[in-house]
Design a protein around this ligand. Structure first.
Ligand code: SF4
Length: 115
């Protein structure tokens, strides 16, 4: 299945669930709080977010994304962020975030990450 074209309809790019008992679940969001990516589509992929790595009870390394606002800060901005990073997804290495953070992957065949 091919990915669908991104939408120009702003109404699809975000919403705020004001009834959620956890809102605001991430501190530091400056714009509209976008709940659309409550379960971040980048959880299994390399990303630039400030995640911490922990090992769950089954011995699997996972991201703790508590400090990340990237999928939530502004409907338009967070939508664009997720679309850009899903263009060429690279499976997460299970390593800690780098400093500077991971750069956005390039198309297959070019160098793996953008400069
Ligand atoms: S650190 Fe941020 S961008 Fe990365 S997977 Fe977690 S919520 Fe998504």
């Amino acid at each position: 299945m091919q990915p669908k074209d991104t939408t120009n309809n702003e109404a699809f790019k975000g919403f705020t669930n004001t009834s959620c008992p956890f809102l605001p679940c991430h501190k530091g969001v400056q714009r509209e709080f976008n709940c659309l990516f409550c379960y971040c589509p980048l959880i299994a992929y390399e990303c630039p977010g400030p995640y911490e790595v922990f090992t769950d009870k089954n011995g699997v390394k996972r991201k703790d994304c508590s400090a990340c606002t990237l999928p939530h800060d502004g409907y338009h901005q967070s939508w664009n962020f997720i679309q850009r990073w899903l263009e060429y997804p690279v499976p997460w290495s299970a390593n800690e975030q780098t400093d500077p953070p991971t750069r956005r992957p390039k198309p297959p065949g070019s160098d793996e990450f953008e400069d």
